[in-house]
Ligand binder design. Structure first.
Ligand SMILES: NC(=O)c1ccc[n+]([C@@H]2O[C@H](COP(=O)([O-])OP(=O)(O)OC[C@H]3O[C@@H](n4cnc5c(N)ncnc54)[C@H](OP(=O)(O)O)[C@@H]3O)[C@@H](O)[C@H]2O)c1
Length: 255
């Protein structure tokens, strides 16, 4: 009886130990054998996502305009990364870009080309506006990108808190972010089973610190790593689509 109890206890401890130690390893490799493309992956939140994706087992292609910044990012990301110099606003280069990238599994567009956004600004046409810079180029790019996405793949788009809490000086930022969220939902329907989501970050510290603020519930700003974690979650969770993930430390529900 005592011997059986001892054997049972030893087996129980062994199984529990194996589970405890293998679980983090299992969770950390959620993108193994997957290829991830991040437009705007050479800096900021895009780089944060690229770092988490590499740590999660993915092969990552990052795209941005500045060659030196791409080189520095490649040093950070290591051998499982590749860099391509690319300007999202130059649609004439899209075909060559996708030939260089090849097919891939998951796409995150972090780059948000700018433009005029004040309501009272003079607009001769839409092309100098933030709406054109951010939304239209994202849309044009996606039309070609979807042809390259492998079965089981996903797209994650970048919105921001201004989508739902407008700033008086950034009218067209609000419009562009809201349109991007609408695009994520619309594409989730029209491209299914490709999954499409958006993230809506607020108060992200560009220097990568949890700097103290009093505007949200946690009392500090988010980091590019926090965003990377959320993006990899959306890429790897097979049941997430058509959603906007708010990442704001609880700012949206703070009284
Ligand atoms: N910080 C926040 O709290 C916050 C919150 C919500 C939303 N956002 C939005 O998120 C966007 C990204 O923020 P971030 O802090 O990660 O910015 P960031 O540090 O400036 O990084 C932007 C990345 O996009 C690339 N990029 C910019 N324009 C590009 C273009 N035309 N073609 C290709 N790549 C381009 C940049 O590389 P190159 O410059 O070398 O091209 C860089 O890799 C912002 O533009 C903003 O609209 C920010």
């Amino acid at each position: 009886m005592i011997i059986s109890l001892l054997l049972w206890a030893t087996g129980y401890i062994w199984v529990t130990t194996c589970l405890v130690f293998s679980l983090p390893l299992f969770l950390s490799m959620v993108l193994e054998n997957k290829k991830v493309l991040i437009v705007g992956g050479s800096h900021g939140m895009g780089l944060g996502a690229a770092r988490t994706a590499v740590r999660s087992g993915a092969d990552v292609v990052i795209a941005g305009r500045d060659v030196e910044q791409l080189r520095l990012s490649k040093e950070v990301l290591g051998p499982k990364s590749r860099t391509i110099c690319f300007d999202l606003t130059d649609a004439t280069t899209y075909v060559g870009f996708f030939e260089a990238v090849g097919n891939f599994d998951h796409l995150f567009i972090s780059a948000s080309p700018g433009g005029e956004s004040r309501f009272e600004a003079e607009y001769q046409n839409i092309q100098n506006s933030y709406l054109y810079g951010k939304f239209w180029h994202t849309f044009m790019f996606l039309q070609q990108a979807v042809r390259r996405i492998n079965t089981g793949g996903s797209i994650t788009l970048m919105s921001g808190g201004y989508a739902v809490r407008p700033h008086p000086d950034y009218t067209l930022v609000t419009v562009a972010f809201a349109a991007t969220e609408g695009l994520a939902r619309a594409m989730a329907v029209s491209l299914a089973p490709i999954r499409v989501n958006a993230i809506r970050p607020t108060y992200i510290d560009k220097e990568g610190n949890h700097t103290s603020i009093d505007k949200n519930l946690v009392g500090y700003q988010g980091t590019n790593g926090d965003i990377g974690h959320a993006v990899v979650f959306l890429m790897s969770n097979a049941y997430m689509t058509g959603q906007v993930l708010e990442i704001d430390g609880g700012a949206s529900i703070k009284l």
